[in-house]
Design a protein around this ligand. Structure first.
Ligand code: FE2
Length: 272
């Protein structure tokens, strides 16, 4: 992929998103939310790719994956007025369909096209399929990290300011002052938590915290630490021993993984 392709893809993205612009204030807010998110994920992806030593084509391909990872969000919102994959269709799969129907990737070679489509499909699933390997797996891991970094930013900023401005599309769960014990137990075992297990807003916050167990690169962990995401997220949870223990477990987990990475001399690279 040459450098003119990246300009074409950005142009295509801008034109496509503009077809969703509307006078409906809430809808416009949510379209812009995903547009802004995409731009941030592109920045995260380029920063991560650069730290991993990618150059030229490989770095541009990473950017294209980031640019299109949430392309299904716009159609999902237009059809279902929600960003919940449980209530609507899975936005990763909608994205693959949009890219194929609109033949957006026809200028890429077969291998590059396959990487983009698979990475979009895999960016939001709970666990990456075990049969995947090679470049598909590499780019899928990258987009999952780059996406999480900005998703932390979006949701934490939202929760911190939600008393002033509520967006009901981001309010999927009842704001009860409780959490589900099995959700905290999963954190104490270092396990990913499916959205399906969340019953309350606090559970939702805990599922975000558990994303930490699915981070692939030391670079991403360092950014999470630098941006103080975990401490900020836990400040938004009710006080109590279980929550304090979960917070401690995650802080220790981050330190341990970074230390292991440093020992191997690959602190910024993929963590085992
Ligand atoms: Fe997504």
């Amino acid at each position: 992929m040459d450098s003119t392709s990246i300009v074409f893809f950005h142009d295509w993205f801008d034109r496509y998103v503009r077809t969703f612009y509307t006078n409906d204030g809430e809808m416009q807010t949510n379209i812009e939310l995903k547009e802004r998110h995409t731009k941030k994920v592109c920045e995260n992806m380029k920063a991560l790719g650069t730290r991993l030593g990618l150059q030229d084509n490989a770095l541009r391909l990473a950017e294209v994956v980031a640019l299109f990872h949430d392309i299904g969000r716009f159609e999902q919102y237009r059809q279902y007025r929600t960003f919940s994959d449980l209530k609507a269709e899975n936005h990763g799969l909608i994205g693959v369909r949009v890219l194929e129907e609109q033949k957006v990737l026809s200028g890429l070679d077969a291998q590059e096209k396959n990487i983009v489509l698979k990475a979009v499909e895999y960016h939001n699933i709970l666990d990456l399929p075990e049969h995947e390997a090679g470049e598909v797996l590499f780019y899928a891991r990258m987009i999952r990290d780059a996406d999480k970094l900005d998703a932390f930013d979006v949701v934490i900023n939202y929760y911190e300011g939600r008393d002033q401005r509520k967006n009901h599309v981001l309010e999927d769960f009842p704001d009860d002052p409780v959490y589900t014990p099995s959700v905290v137990e999963k954190i104490m075992k270092g396990e990913n938590i499916s959205y399906k297990e969340a019953k309350t807003l606090n559970d939702r916050k805990l599922t975000y915290a558990a994303w930490i167990f699915d981070v692939n690169y030391g670079f991403t962990l360092l950014e999470i630490k630098r941006r103080d995401y975990m401490d900020r997220l836990f400040r938004l949870l009710p006080p109590g021993e279980d929550i304090a223990n979960a917070h401690l477990y995650i802080s220790d987990y981050i330190e341990k993984r970074l230390k292991e990475g440093n020992k191997k001399g690959n602190a910024l690279e993929r963590l085992e």
